[in-house]
Design a protein around this ligand. Structure first.
Ligand code: ADP
Ligand code: MG
Length: 287
């Protein structure tokens, strides 16, 4: 049976905006030694803003329109920012085939032309040579019929709460804080350095994240718990493999919220340390 104190603990946490789906997860939080974060939407705001459009042949407006059409079916934060920057409705009758390639980008047939919009991996996969870009931000390369035509630069911001979150977790006794991301090495390193994270793994495909999580679970010591914090559809299988899966409840995907053991309703990562404090207090009361 569940000691009565845990109901108080779960209720207390929910008043603070943290939904705990079972007393065992509240208990596990108290002995968390490793916290692994997803980047986009978790440590960063996930509302990307287009900061530059570079076109080799057509006008910048035309390139942006083409990318917005190609992103028509995608709900990825990157796709949303491109559609926002375009600012107009898309004429769906011009789009034939459209598909999202997880961790890479999108492919669509627009007015009989094949349009690819995505990262360096997507270009390499299709043997398209492009002008490598070392500037800050996430770069979405665009190609038409197998030829590179330009790029769109998109920038995200670290959540104002993230530095506090990392500080509080360390103060609460967490030994190691890591980040896993599908984003580029340059963007990942910038975020990891500015937040003083212990480890950072970049350019991971959804399957790579799962594999990395399985490895981390094998390598850790038995008593210390490992928590993973994520928000996206792709994060659901990773959430399920961690000792404690924590999802962002506000902007997070339904799949992530469902797969999670704990949901942060306010999307503030600092609430994880807050919940750890509730957990430790509850354990002192019930023991
Ligand atoms: P994260 O780990 O940052 O949440 P994702 O796995 O969702 O990343 O995506 C990894 C990378 O794949 C993105 O940084 C981007 O380069 C590319 N990507 C994914 N979806 C799209 C899309 N709809 N349009 C353009 N690029 C995309
Ligand atoms: Mg994400």
């Amino acid at each position: 049976s569940v000691p009565l104190g845990f109901f108080g603990g779960i209720g207390g946490a929910s008043k603070l905006g943290v939904l705990v789906k079972g007393s065992n997860y509240l208990e596990a939080l108290a002995s968390t030694e490793i916290v692994v974060f997803d980047k986009t939407g978790t440590l960063t705001k996930g509302n990307f803003v287009v900061s530059e459009v570079h076109s080799e042949k057509m006008s910048e407006k035309e390139l942006l329109a083409l990318a917005a059409y190609a992103e028509d079916y995608s709900n990825h934060p990157i796709a949303m920012s491109i559609k926002n920057a375009y600012g107009k409705a898309v004429d769906a009758s011009q789009i034939k085939d459209i598909e999202e390639i997880p961790g890479h980008g999108v492919r669509a047939i627009i007015n009989e032309k094949e349009v690819l919009a995505g990262n360096a991996k997507l270009m390499k996969l299709n043997n398209i040579s492009y002008e490598a870009n070392a500037s800050v931000g996430t770069i979405v390369y665009v190609a038409i019929n197998g030829k590179y035509v330009g790029y769109i630069r998109i920038e995200d911001e670290i959540k104002s709460d993230s530095a506090q979150a990392i500080h509080d977790l360390k103060a609460a006794g967490v030994k190691k804080i890591m980040m896993l991301t599908g984003d580029s090495g340059a963007v990942g390193k910038k975020v990891a350095q500015s937040l003083h994270l212990d480890e950072c793994y970049t350019e991971l495909l959804p399957a790579d994240k799962v594999e990395k999580m399985e490895l981390l679970m094998k390598q850790k010591n038995n008593k210390g718990m490992l928590a993973f914090v994520g928000d996206g559809i792709n994060d659901a299988p990773v959430l399920a493999r961690a000792d404690i899966g924590i999802a962002m409840g506000g902007l997070g995907s339904d799949a992530a919220i469902e797969a999670a053991d704990i949901v942060i309703m306010t999307d503030e990562p600092s609430k994880i340390a807050t919940a750890m404090k509730v957990s430790k207090k509850t354990l002192r009361i019930v023991q």
